[in-house]
Design a protein around this ligand. Structure first.
Ligand code: HEC
Length: 216
């Protein structure tokens, strides 16, 4: 057997020990935390100079990086210059008609939206007996303002613009629904409320002539 030279034994021991160093570094990196960014071999465009939300930026007079919209800016599709359509008012007076064509489609939409947004309080037929109102009645907490019946002389006589405004901004103890119900849907609901009112206050003349005998 050829004796292995002593220096080779020593050298291989050193090489073996050095070979463990990368492994030890990897293991350490995986089990400790570091405040330094990780080694990023191919940076792509991952790191760019930018301002984060709510950060400061001394370039602007108010020191904010997030810029408020320019005064008077209107989001696309959110222009509400038409007073009658967007506020139910012309020259300060409630409009007494619809600023949109009243179609069957509008009615159906109004019914759907009414059943979602109004019926819980006002009831499906508008008598103020929705499930929330009935529950509040049962609890007898004494702090509840009952939802109005929509079939009183007062509410029947409200101009369309007033009903629209009630939905948009609320009225007395009723909260505003403008945030949930967009303009077009508010008019649809007003149209449906008118239909509900007529249904609960119908006259014989509302019945087609050939069916009147039957109703009598
Ligand atoms: C959270 C319950 C609640 C919901 C939901 C609700 N209302 Fe009301 N509403 C009320 C209450 C309560 C009143 C009476 C407020 C008062 O007298 O202080 C009222 C009053 C009214 C009136 C009478 C206003 C007047 O001219 O005197 C109308 C009309 C009306 N609501 C329509 C609606 C319509 C349409 C919706 C659906 C978009 C709706 N409400 C959703 C609770 C509600």
């Amino acid at each position: 057997m050829i004796p292995i030279p002593r220096f080779l034994v020593g050298l291989s021991a050193v090489v073996t020990a050095l070979a463990l160093v990368p492994l030890a570094l990897v293991l350490r990196a995986r089990t400790t935390t570091s405040p330094l960014p990780r080694v990023h071999v191919v940076p792509d465009m991952d790191n760019q100079p930018k301002f984060r939300a709510q950060a400061g930026n001394p370039m602007f007079a108010d020191g904010r990086a997030m810029r408020p919209p320019v005064a008077g800016a209107v989001a696309r599709g959110a222009l509400s210059a038409d007073d009658a359509l967007a506020r139910g008012r012309v020259a300060g007076a409630w409009i007494e008609s619809f600023p949109v064509p009243v179609t069957e489609q509008l009615m159906r939409r109004g019914q759907e939206r009414y059943d979602i947004f109004c019926a819980p309080c006002h009831g499906l037929s508008g008598h103020g007996d929705g499930i929330v109102a009935r529950r509040a009645d049962r609890l007898q907490e004494g702090t509840w303002t009952p939802p109005s019946s929509l079939h009183t002389e007062l509410v029947r006589s409200r101009p369309e613009g007033h009903l629209f405004n009630t939905i948009a901004n609320g009225v007395r103890n009723m909260p505003a629904y403008g945030a949930q119900v967009p303009v077009a849907d508010r008019w649809a609901i007003v149209a449906y409320v008118r239909a509900l009112q007529r249904s609960q206050n119908a006259k014989l003349t509302d019945v087609p002539a050939e069916l009147r005998a039957q109703v009598r």
